[in-house]
Design a protein around this ligand. Sequence first.
Ligand code: FAD
Length: 390
Amino acid sequence: QGSRRYTGIVEGCTCDYETADFVNEEVLRPILQELVPAPFFRYFKVKLWCDCPFWPDDGMCRLRDCSVCECPETEFPKPFKKPFQALSADDLKCQEGKSEAAVDRTLDNKSFRGWIEVDNPWTYDDETDNAEMTYVNLQLNPERYTGYVGPSARRIWDAIYTENCPKYPSGEFCPEKKVLYKLISGLHTSISVHIASDYLLDEAKNLWGPNLKLLYDRVLQHPDRVRNLYFSFLFVLRAVTKAADYLEQAEYDTGNPEEDLKTQSLVRQLVYNPKLQSACPLPFNEAKLWQGESGPELMQQIQKQFRNISALMDCVGCEKCRLWGKLQVLGLGTALKILFSVNGQSTKNQPLQLQRNEVIAFLNLLNRLSESVDFVRKMAPQFDKFMEGQ
Ligand code: FAD
């Protein structure tokens, strides 16, 4: 019945599908729906116009809806304009002598030291690179159908899958490579779900709504794609719970104290949620990975592949798709950094440092994945009826 076509433990995770749906419906949807429109999470800094490092730009977008409306200088929060503070030597020092739990390598609980400039080894460009960056109000630029189809879009997905995260051949057991493939496939599923959930049904009437056929063709008839969506969702959720102390302490200052207190309180409700902690305390167990002798080299190889995927976002030939592609890949890169590494080394003895834009991308990504899981769960029964009528 419905999403119960998927039962049992989500592969590679520690929660089952039922629990993932329960946590999403009962905990995440109500909080995230209020959190992402908050001023802090609404403005994303992005370089939209940049050359594709791999081939000449040939992007074609059919719809007006492809373009992004950028924020005027006066609109985005004043504190976002302040220069970042520099990292002190103390900030970079390892936190030595900390005992490390076998499973939950919780991060240093005094790690938030203000928004700072810091590189993410998993991503290609970052907030420190200010040239030509603009702020975009995400609420005014929803991720939905844009008409970006054909060889340009296909080439990006092909380059991602064939060169940077090949689907593991059956029989090969390298869990780290599996994780990369499943994360990208899960993100791809989520993008397809957003296209299907907000589709231009009638161009002349400018009528938007769900396109169940598209949902079926691209998502529901491929159970592995749905499974990878749940995997990505639980992976990012685990990163959120791992960085709970950091996120709770972070400053959500936008110059509007009332809104900012509300944001802080919603973040607290999200990261220290008793329902979430009892239903699914460890959505994904990252401590099982990178254990083999070749762990460090493998980490570098996978980091390089992910950086390439991040660079490929500059080749997306539709502005709005590029915006959401960049945001979500940065969000995934942030989850990878939280769970696996800081500055190319394991998180073991390193204090976590995130950029403001990374946190914005990270929680917006969680919201996108959560919306997709919710849409798939709700639409699956309707899809049965739809198929009967075909
Ligand atoms: P595609 O979705 O292009 O898929 C290409 C091939 O990849 C498929 O044939 C299949 O073999 C494989 N595949 C598909 N899904 C999965 C999966 N989940 N896991 C593993 N393999 C899979 N279009 C919009 O309208 N709005 C957007 O916001 C948008 N954002 C985009 C963001 C990015 C980064 C990219 C690269 C494209 C975006 N597009 C967007 C385009 C969209 O993703 C499709 O490429 C386009 O709609 C054409 O779809 P398609 O049916 O040819 O298959």
